[in-house]
Design a protein around this ligand. Structure first.
Ligand SMILES: [Zn+2]
Length: 69
């Protein structure tokens, strides 16, 4: 399931998700900015732009599905 990191009052943050890479399942660094979120995987060097929602002090990330079952 999705990891929902907690933000301590900050709306802009940088954090890592241990298995957040959609490509290789590696650790990605998420950088949340007012204009959106970027994620970068240090293992496979893939850059993605997940959608980001702020719910209270929680940050919710979702990836656009490119394939559906
Ligand atoms: Zn990766």
């Amino acid at each position: 399931m999705n990891a929902i990191p907690e933000l301590n009052g900050d709306r802009f943050a940088e954090f890592t998700l241990p298995d957040g890479c959609m490509v290789c399942g590696g650790e990605v660094t998420i950088r949340a900015t007012p204009s959106g979120a970027h994620s970068y995987c240090a293992r496979c060097h893939s850059l993605t732009r997940p959608r980001m929602r702020v719910r209270g002090n929680n940050l919710e990330l979702s990836y656009a599905a490119t394939a559906s079952a």
